[in-house]
Design a protein around this ligand. Structure first.
Ligand code: ANZ
Length: 856
């Protein structure tokens, strides 16, 4: 089965074993297996025109090692891949070239697949999925229908970027500094009908359930911050002119109420007109006009100068009767709390800046205990200048003031979330069409009579030009709703997607019972179920397809369900999910939301989709800078495969440093790794290409080699389980040196060593296994066991220095090499921070004593 090459020839070996695996179907996962399951998932790629980035094989190699190891440990492993293939670049390409985005997408997929196959990953290609395939997105649409039916989807007018010159809506990515990326034309905000998903209904659970997942702390913190739970109070202020009613504010600090010296309402607040007195009308109108063009981020940016206008009205502070001026300013957002605040400049930074700028009074009400306190003071303390509440620590005062206001009916404790409902539509062609038809009120009533249960508790409606339209879902049996082919991929010119120009698809006779449709230009079909309808022209955002793809892998060809109950029960959710930290917020949050909805439906057995999550670190260019085309420091996996082979690339990607660390690429180090594989070949294979003379079943193997081998078996297994691939490789290198020194080695020992290397560098693993007479594929052999009695105990203390400074030390096996020592330094929690992201200039190594790393 082995190749015929005499020397280590990766050009021959790698394609040979790749086709062997393909022919054997070596990586097929079984859905009804008696083995324990292990599901290891990569974040599937967007097949861009640029091809694979080196960050892809970094994470993919890590999961591949684990997948191969787990198979050897007796698990039925699911290790799948697919394509997250809807998206803006394909659409932009279509607009430019006039070709269907599907063809560009397919070309890119072919290229990605070629690259991924060349890396020798053990994916189950029978389970490949593509989010743009109607057989896949049928179920994306189905899940949307479940949300819709439960009142979790609605429509609303929401602002989008509109470019008057291009007559089109632009995505955030297409707007640069307030201008269109293409052509540099000015853009403005414009309200359009949008679909919105009620993710806020799950805010509490999305937050609470973070305690049940094994994720990096920083990622959990980011999810928490995004969900942004704040405990505080809503307080009603009477307006001075009682006839105008009351103003409701949200504050997290009711304890500072005595320090409120002015109030602010957002420019969009519904009370602005009521509050503005006649002499301030002109100034307020001018201010609102200006505030309209800014994003929320710009508006709340601390560094930006504060702007605002006085309304002319006053409110009355409910705790002391003070008369408080009401301002209008854009640092208060309409979308949060009540859109109105009580301003306490002594204890809030934004309020402080605003008060300074507009010469408003500042009253300190929290005592820092230090006479020289600089305002604003945002720390802990007790109340001052606060009447009966003086002396209370602020958390106690917060409770007491809230309950006292509650007793008078002017306040109540509330919880607010930063999380907003999810804007779930795009005015684009290349996305999943919504399975929705807009009909009249009377036609909706007919539909309700026919299929009441599948309609939401409250109808979703939209009013346009005085007419109310009703959103009617397609029955599940009518899915998928496919994209029609269109004449042009340019948006319609009205802000709607290109689908708005496809009259025959858009304007239909619709059968409310079956979901069948015929163009409205045809005569109305016979029967009383046919109504006039207009299809939804928005499409879903790219997030949709990636919200549930991990479930489709369980049962990708199922035509009657997104996955069978048996497959869901057997596989559950991924045991490990690996991908970039750039997805730490949105993708994970959206997927968790959909998963919880499916859980509530009884469609999945567990409430969280990703039990354990790991982020691979960014690989920098050789210059220590972020890889970028313009810097010319991008490493292309194809080039390395051609020059050193996939096995070396894979091994190197894992040897570069801890998986999670940010680390620079180094061509020099890749040579070291390559030499390790060459040495392995030389030690095991003789000059004629057969088994090396020192290897035999009866060899008199030295005891110290046996010890090191057993220690290596233990460490490699432990390190793979702990995702510490770099230290596993360092240990294999120690074992490689011992192998070189040993005059005679037992064949069984040589085979065991090859098994350890195989998950990392599987092609040379198969080749050596085969030449040494191992039976079948190395992939099918059970993972070697170690003999605890044989473990090496001889260790010495190695001191780590960075630029000559002592940064840590560690016990290491005698014989640890320089390369290994560097890896250990990188993996050492105390030393690593001094190396992270730095380029190594020089290394001074005194074996068994000191490793001094000189960095830039
Ligand atoms: C008075 C106060 C005094 C406040 C103080 C803070 C410190 P988080 O923690 O983010 O929930 N706020 C309320 N609604 C707002 C809106 N729509 N736009 C901008 N700011 C708003 O922040 C809540 C605090 O942010 C609230 O508590 C309010 O200012 C402000 F020493 O009220 B605070």
């Amino acid at each position: 089965m082995a190749t015929k090459c005499i020397d280590y020839n990766f050009h021959e070996i790698e394609p040979h074993w790749q086709s062997f695996w393909e022919q054997q179907g070596s990586f097929r996962a079984e859905n009804n297996s008696s083995k324990p399951k292990f599901y290891v998932l990569d974040m599937f790629p967007y097949p861009s025109g640029a091809g694979l980035h080196i960050g892809h094989p970094e994470g993919y190699t890590a999961t591949d090692i684990l997948a191969r190891y787990k198979r050897a440990k007796g698990f039925n492993v699911l290790h799948p891949i697919g394509w997250d293939a809807f998206g803006l670049p394909a659409e932009q390409h279509a607009v430019k070239t006039g070709t269907h985005p599907a063809s560009n997408t397919q070309n890119n997929i072919v290229n990605f697949k070629r690259q991924i196959k060349a890396l020798g990953f053990s994916y189950d290609w029978d389970r490949e999925i593509d989010t743009t395939d109607p057989k896949y997105f049928r179920w994306t649409q189905w899940i949307f229908l479940q949300l819709f039916q439960r009142g979790l989807a609605y429509v609303d007018e929401r602002p989008v970027w509109w470019c008057p010159e291009l007559r089109t809506v632009l995505a955030n990515e297409e707007v640069v500094d307030g201008k269109s990326e293409v052509g540099g034309f000015p853009v403005e905000r414009r309200n359009l009908r949008q679909w919105v998903l009620r993710i806020t209904a799950y805010a509490d659970r999305l937050l609470a359930d973070l305690k049940d997942v094994d994720w990096p702390d920083s990622t959990k913190r980011m999810q928490e911050a995004w969900i942004g739970r704040s405990e505080g109070a809503e307080i009603l202020f009477d307006l001075e002119n009682k006839a105008l009613g009351q103003l409701k504010i949200f504050t997290t600090r009711p304890d500072t109420l005595f320090g409120c010296t002015y109030m602010v309402v957002a420019p969009e607040h519904p009370l602005v007109d009521t509050l503005t007195t006649s002499e301030h009308k002109a100034a307020v109108a001018a201010y609102r006009q200006k505030a309209g063009g800014k994003s929320d981020l710009e508006r709340t940016d601390l560094a930006k100068e504060k702007s605002g206008v006085f309304s002319g009205s006053y409110a009355i502070n409910p705790v002391n009767g003070a008369r408080v001026p009401i301002w209008i300013a854009d640092y208060v957002l309409m979308g949060y709390g009540t859109g109105a605040i009580m301003a306490v400049p002594a204890h809030d930074e934004r309020d402080y800046e605003f008060a300074e700028q507009f010469k408003l009074p500042i009253v300190q009400v929290i005592d820092s205990g230090d006479a020289a306190t600089k305002l604003p003071f945002v720390g802990d303390g007790s109340l001052i200048n606060s009447g009966a509440y003086n002396g209370l620590p602020w958390p106690d005062a917060k409770k007491k003031i809230t309950s006292d206001l509650g007793g008078r009916g002017v306040g109540k404790a509330t919880v607010n979330f930063k999380l907003r409902d999810w804007l779930f539509s795009r005015q684009r062609y290349w996305g999943e069409p919504f399975p929705i038809v807009w009909v009249s009120e009377s036609d909706y009533a007919l539909a309700k009579a026919v299929r009441g249960a599948s309609l939401p508790p409250e109808p979703v409606t939209f009013k346009q030009d005085g007419v109310v339209h009703y959103a009617l879902p397609l029955p599940a049996g009518a899915l998928p709703l496919e994209l029609p082919s269109v004449q042009s991929y340019l948006p319609s010119g009205t802000g709607e997607s290109p689908l708005a120009n496809e009259t025959a698809w858009l304007e239909i006779w619709f059968n409310v019972e079956t979901g069948a449709a015929v163009p409205a230009s045809n005569p109305r079909p016979a029967g009383d179920r046919w109504v006039r309808g207009r299809r939804e022209t928005n499409t879903m955002p790219q997030w949709a397809g990636s919200c549930w793809y991990y479930l489709r892998f369980l049962d990708p060809k199922n035509a009657t369900a997104f996955a069978s109950p048996e497959a869901l029960r057997y596989w559950g959710t991924p045991d490990l999910y690996v991908g970039g930290a750039e997805h730490a917020v949105l993708h994970l949050l959206y997927a968790r939301f959909w998963h919880k909805v499916l859980f509530d439906l009884g469609a999945v057995p567990e409430p969280e989709p990703f039990k354990k999550l790991f982020h691979q670190g960014i690989i920098l260019g050789e210059d220590g800078e972020k890889m970028s085309k313009s810097r010319g420091n991008v490493v292309n996996p194809d080039t390395i495969i051609a020059s050193h082979g996939t096995d070396t690339l894979r091994l190197y990607l894992m040897f570069l440093g801890p998986l999670e660390a940010m680390k620079p690429w180094s061509m020099q180090q890749i040579e070291g790794v390559h030499r390790f594989l060459q040495k392995l070949w030389r030690e095991l294979i003789g000059a004629d290409g057969g088994v090396s003379a020192k290897i035999s079943d009866t060899a008199d193997e030295p005891a110290d080699f046996t010890k090191i081998l057993h220690e290596t078996i233990k460490k490699v297994g432990d390190d793979i389980e702990g995702l510490r691939f770099n230290t596993a490789i360092a240990q294999m290198m120690i074992c490689g040196n011992a192998l070189q020194k040993a005059p005679a080695v037992k064949r069984a020992s040589a085979l065991a060593f090859v098994q350890l290397v195989a998950p990392f560098s599987p092609h040379i693993g198969e080749e050596l296994w085969s030449r040494l007479g191992g039976s079948g594929s190395v992939m099918a052999a059970a993972w070697p066991a170690y003999d605890a009695a044989k473990l090496v105990t001889t260790e010495t203390k190695l001191v780590f220095q960075v630029n000559g400074k002592h940064r840590g030390d560690q016990l290491v096996p005698v014989g640890t090499t320089q390369d290994t020592a560097v890896q250990l330094a990188r993996a050492n929690a105390r030393v690593a921070p001094h190396l992270e992201g730095k380029t190594i200039k020089r290394i001074i190594f005194v074996p068994g004593k000191i490793l001094n790393i000189v960095v830039e």
